[in-house]
Design a protein around this ligand. Structure first.
Ligand code: EPZ
Length: 427
């Protein structure tokens, strides 16, 4: 397994390209299942999860073709064609490795009138149930039963009816599943308390480009008028707001002047607002977002919340950053029940963090010390990289496969703006 080695203390200066959004790509790819025509997705990031999702689509009978970019370019073009599905089953050995696989449930059910998807099981940050996905699909006409660790779904008469559903809590994935399934239902569907993340807006825009009829895009009430069929389209994935936010935290900690090329400030308001509150300067420019910092940071009080609130996917990165603030910060993780796996690893580097339930108190320290640390989940891994960028001495992060799921060519991007970072393979 590869490790990443960082020698801390370097300022970050220059321009850092932001890749297409992993969490948008993972809901745009299954849209291809809704039509027999090709869906061309541009600006796809080069990530393990994207490749994994491509294999899952292949398993269902869709072809996926990567083209049009040189290896050194960022952003791939993928043509997905689900001419005819040869399977309607997402097997356990794929789903257990990538929870987002559950996003083939809605589209496959809508396309074929039936689907069988393995229950995803939990992961490092929580038990991650899918009950809301199932309730929402039932509300638009699906008949579901769980047996043997799988969900078996069918649409009576081969086509979903449409219907109304109000989510009891906001769920990104469940909103995505029911929106995709409702697009070709017989009637109209109304989804209330829908997630409003920018990735959901990207999904709705892509579906509309394919011929779907959706009102209320970006709001918590979506009205989807089912159409008989969707056609192919070409759609560019939005820039990754979490990747951009992660690198903004990096320069906030190291000090420097970094332009996040291609970042969309409008999708990052809560993150950029928190950075400004910590004393970092944020400028929106024509080609991205420019972050400048002298490395001195003010403490913050932050609670994670569904969009447009402060993103849970930014919590671990901000915790690393606030380890260096002048004073005590308070973080509250309201979305997942176990998203503090990075705390013991940061503590090994000298961080002073107390966790009580969902609240973490982070007391700023003068310095962090490099150490061998272990990645546990995607965003926790990034918090360890960030700590390594400012720690004295050498930090070795192991199990970097977690990072490769969500950060395209991370060490290349950071080397290019001044970090002393390299990846070593264990052979
Ligand atoms: C998406 O996960 C993202 N993943 C996550 O990003 C992100 O942290 C999360 O949304 C919240 O923003 C992708 O988009 C692939 P949820 P998702 O359904 O859809 C509970 C990353 O680092 N819940 O909005 O799984 C759930 O347990 C990843 O890129 C139910 O109870 O998140 C959680 O407490 C990590 N029942 C809360 O809702 C359900 O049926 C929000 O989860 C579904 C969810």
């Amino acid at each position: 397994m590869d490790r990443i080695i960082i020698r801390g203390g370097r300022r970050l200066e220059g321009r850092l390209p932001i890749s297409g959004a992993k969490n948008a790509a993972l809901t745009l790819m299954p849209c291809a299942l809704l039509t027999d025509e090709p869906l061309v997705l541009r600006n796809l990031p080069r990530l393990a999860d994207i490749d994994g999702f491509g294999h899952l689509l292949n398993q269902l009978g869709a072809s996926t073709k990567i083209e049009g970019t040189r290896p050194e370019d960022f952003g791939r073009v993928m043509t997905i064609r689900a001419g005819r599905l040869t399977s309607t089953e997402a097997p356990y050995d794929i789903v257990r490795k990538m929870r987002a696989s559950i996003l083939v449930l809605g589209p496959t059910l809508a396309r074929e009138g039936r689907a069988r998807v393995s229950l995803p099981g939990g992961c490092a940050i929580g038990n991650r149930p899918i009950d809301l996905h199932l309730r929402a699909l039932e509300a638009i006409g699906a008949e579901l039963e769980t047996e043997g660790g799988y969900v078996a779904a069918r649409a009576p008469g081969g086509r979903l009816a449409g219907g109304r559903y109000r989510f009891p809590i906001v769920s990104v994935g469940a909103t995505e599943n029911v929106v995709m399934a409702a697009a070709t239902a017989r009637g109209t569907s109304v989804i209330e308390n829908a997630a409003r993340e920018p990735e959901i807006v990207d999904l709705c825009r892509c579906l509309i480009a394919m011929g779907a009829r959706i009102e209320g895009v970006g709001t918590e009430r979506l009205e989807i008028e089912g159409v008989d069929r969707l056609h192919g389209a070409t759609y560019a994935v939005m820039p990754d707001r979490i990747e951009a936010g992660s690198y903004a935290c990096a320069v906030a900690m190291t000090g420097g002047d970094l332009t996040l090329v291609g970042a969309d400030a409008d999708a990052m308001r809560a993150t950029l607002g928190a950075l400004a509150q910590a004393g970092v300067s944020v400028d929106e420019e024509r080609d991205g977002v420019r972050i400048r910092s002298d490395g001195r940071l003010r403490p913050l009080e932050l609670s994670t919340a569904p969009y447009p609130g402060f993103a849970t996917d930014m919590q671990a990165q901000f915790m690393a950053m606030l380890c260096m603030a002048a004073g005590a910060s308070v973080l509250e993780e309201t979305i997942f029940e176990n998203r503090y796996m990075h705390v013991p690893e940061l503590a090994r580097m000298g961080a002073d963090i107390q966790v009580r339930g969902r609240t973490a108190v982070v007391r700023g320290v003068d310095r962090l010390l490099g150490a061998p640390v272990m990645a546990t989940d995607l965003r926790a891994s990034m918090s360890l990289i960030l700590a390594g960028l400012v720690a004295e001495g050498e930090t070795q992060v192991s199990r970097v496969y977690h990072l490769d799921r969500g950060y395209e060519r991370l060490e290349e991007k950071l080397q290019a703006v001044g970090a002393d970072i390299e990846r070593v393979g264990d052979g």
